[in-house]
Design a protein around this ligand. Sequence first.
Ligand code: GTP
Ligand code: SPV
Ligand code: MN
Length: 605
Amino acid sequence: MSKDVPPSKAPGSAGSSLAALNDWVAQVAALTRPDRIHWCDGSDAENQALIEQMLADGTLEALNEQTHPGSYLHRSHPDDVARVEHLTFVCTTQREDAGPNNHWMAPHEAHAKMDALFDGCMRGRTLYVIPYCMGPIDSPLSRCGVEITDSPYVVANMRIMTRMGAAALARIEREGTERAARGERSDTFVRGLHSIGELDPERRFIVHFPEELSIQSFGSGYGGNALLGKKCHALRIASHQARSEGWLAEHMLILGIENPQGETHYVAAAFPSACGKTNLAMLIPPQGYRDAGWKVWTVGDDICWMRPGADGRLYAINPEAGFFGVAPGTSTKSNPNALATIQKNTIFTNVGVTADGQPWWEGLDNGQTPVTDWRGNAYDAAKGPAAHPNSRFTVSARQCPSYSPKAEDAQGVPISAIVFGGRRASLVPLVFEARDWTHGVLVGAAMGSETTAAATGAVGVMRRDPMAMKPFCGYNFADYFSHWLSFDGADAKLPKIFHVNWFRKGDDGKFLWPGFGDNLRVLEWMIGRVEGQAGAVETPIGYLPAAEDLNLDGVTLSDEARAKLFGFDHAGWSAEFDSIGGYLDEYGPRMPQALKDEQQRIAAA
Ligand code: GTP
Ligand code: SPV
Ligand code: MN
């Protein structure tokens, strides 16, 4: 049942059986001064009421009910369309613990700044309390949080992206009660406080207090800034927790590859934002593979929590329940599974609209044309794209035709291979395999990628994005790499580590590799390597397949493509390794010696 508590009567007091939670809600209400407090139960009725309210006030616009039942368009403030890395802070007591990879603010300073912003900011608004669980409700790998927000759009998105409402609250209360009975702290849920504020880019901050298990976000309604269960909790806070508890919280998709014999290998892959995770996670095998009986199963498309199981393998869950995917480029050719997933019950943010009210974006091949752009203006190709390059869909994972039956498994899935990859127009071949775990950690640490529209700032600039975690690691990268190295041990049966680059370009500036479904050819080679069957050539950067080692039936590659996708450029890599060495040195003595040794060994080869 939904519980609307008028703030005049002890705000929050009727919400939960857990005093620590009620106290926090009351404290936040006293600071932010909402007109109403609403504890979300996650029910259909609650969702429907919120949607009607948002349709009435213009936050949402209905889309064509025939073609896209239950789907809506949200147009954000035009300055609020992506993550804001320059305004995102990790607030640890010691600056060094946040590391050079994060913007840092002292916790007391951050609290003072944020308290001033939140002071009275919910006047005239409703404060929503969103209990959520990251991961299957019954999984020991899952973790809970509570987000307070004044945005119904955030509530509707959190309901899709997380297990939100009554079941999550019940788990939070049960855990709290059990802990209190043992004399421990009862409030181990992550506390996220969010307000859209005035959407003023000058008054926008996303701050994290990993030591307090709390997050505060002000002034943005955009996904990664506002849906606090996602990047803020499941990566920045969780990575910090994972370090002390012996697990890994990663910016990785998880997919299952079922071979014609019916055996499934699970693969986790870290690519930076807008570099192909959703697309790989939902891959549809090329015709020849389909005929032979290959299948690909989607477990997750963005975040992966892994920990060693009793058998020494790494077991992974997807902490999310939905996809917050990039719309542009999604087509029947690139990602038919995503298109099928978003036919109903989907929130589209910042896409264009056709004359008959269908969502539209660049690359969509449905024969339609947009009449309205993402800002709500008449579409004019001369004035820019119809859909914002970082426009997104929010949809339940359960609607995905390839959603893995194992995705809801409390124990997670065993990982056979970890893949790192970036957007590299030059130098980096299609795929290579690391020699061992330590080398693999270096491959991840050395990742570079050209920036994308997923964050504000210049697009196409090459930067180091270790393990695709540059914007998301909640602590010092040097300590993070040490943590990764620590998984190697006598009883460990760790996955093999690979690096891919779907984005190598030819002299004409076009991609050399067809990508998308054809990426299965590369995955098949990896599985072959895991099983000790596929061939490779040893080079200083690891094992590369020769073109013959991959199944390229039906793929036409030019001589230039073959040379660049499967070749090793010694001079180019020497320069790259100088740059990697310089990058590792930026972290000073905290950088693990084993990683520096590995870098030097390869640089000298
Ligand atoms: P986030 O949600 O930001 O974390 O992004 P993501 O890593 O899930 O990226 P996504 O799969 O949404 O892809 C982003 C862009 O890369 C889209 O425009 C895709 O069309 C494009 N893309 C994905 N896979 C490939 C590929 O194999 N080859 C090429 N050339 N482009 C690809
Ligand atoms: C990303 O930017 O990596 C995303 C979208 O997956 S966001 O939720 O905004 O982080
Ligand atoms: Mn992402």
